[in-house]
Design a protein around this ligand. Structure first.
Ligand SMILES: C[S@@+](CC[C@H](N)C(=O)[O-])C[C@H]1O[C@@H](n2cnc3c(N)ncnc32)[C@H](O)[C@@H]1O
Length: 270
């Protein structure tokens, strides 16, 4: 028997998601962000110094569900994502706000991007549904906090969640989405020694809902990493960020997130 050695994929992040997966994500995988959107708005509304018309930066904005909730409450939002396909859906969702200058979309890497000049003081930063878990290297993880520590105004907050070990162990499974509109199979594994989970999702979705049997096939790789609490604590304190004191609104947000699935953080810049 001959064996072939292939390079370990453990340290390569997933590529930018394509159009078919973005559509599938928007239709099927936005439960998490929909459950935290209102409580996140509540946390921001409950903080003095954070008011209407100020800018929130949503890192890994996906299809713009959180941005849309923030805009409805009167904030302006800069949305960063590396996937043009996810941004296309966000762009359609946020069209009016973009037209009047209340929202901007930035295609870029959350560990290294520049905001357009029209974005003013940043009073809050968000990263929902495990976005920071998609960064696999500690230096890239630190870069996000460098940017947040430098750009957030004093008194501003950074709200993010991280995958728990339990949620990463759930990648060790096969998932089938078999509905009238799509047939998708996900199969994954969690390398607990390396702390990185990989899921391959492939299948077919309608290419054009108005044309029967016109399918678009996609194949996406999702990678997610466990960030240990002590790493997060060190990164926060070295950037002058600390956990925000509990308030009724922050307790409400934490209660909206299953602690088996995600660790929720609300940190502030003094
Ligand atoms: C699980 S989705 C979450 C989307 C959105 N925050 C939500 O809650 O629905 C992860 C998003 O992060 C984006 N993403 C992952 N890594 C990224 C990176 N390094 N830079 C920019 N975007 C990234 C993906 O393209 C995707 O849209």
């Amino acid at each position: 028997m001959t064996t072939t050695t292939v390079p370990s994929p453990a340290l390569s992040e997933a590529l930018s998601y394509g159009a078919a997966f973005a559509e599938f994500y928007d239709q099927n995988l936005t439960n998490f962000v929909r459950s935290v959107a209102a409580p996140i708005c509540g946390v921001l509304a409950g903080r003095s110094g954070i008011g209407n018309g100020q800018w929130v930066v949503d890192l890994g904005c996906g299809t713009g569900v959180l941005a849309s909730a923030l805009l409805r409450q009167g904030w302006r939002v800069a949305c960063i994502d590396r996937s043009p396909a996810m941004l296309d859906i966000a762009g359609a969702r946020l069209r009016e706000a973009i037209q009047i200058g209340d929202a901007v979309l930035v295609e870029g890497d959350i560990a290294s991007f520049a905001l357009p000049g029209e974005v003013g003081e940043v009073v809050a930063v968000t990263a929902t549904d495990g976005v920071l878990g998609h960064l696999l290297e500690v230096d890239r993880f630190r870069q996000v906090f460098d940017w947040v520590g430098a750009r957030l105004v004093p008194g501003g907050v950074f709200i993010f969640d991280l995958y728990t070990l339990r949620s990463l162990f759930e990648f060790n499974n096969v998932y089938v989405f078999d509905t009238a509109d799509e047939l998708i199979v996900g199969r994954g594994l969690f390398d607990s020694a390396g702390g990185v989970a990989t899921m391959v999702l492939s299948g077919c979705v309608p290419a054009d809902p108005t044309v029967a049997s016109n399918w678009a096939r996609f194949n996406e790789v999702i990678r997610a990493r466990h960030w240990e609490e002590d790493v997060v604590g060190e990164v926060l304190s070295s950037r002058g960020l600390g956990l925000a004191p509990a308030t009724p609104e922050s307790i409400h947000l934490c209660e909206a997130v299953s602690e088996l699935e995600r660790r929720q953080y609300i940190v502030e810049k003094p």
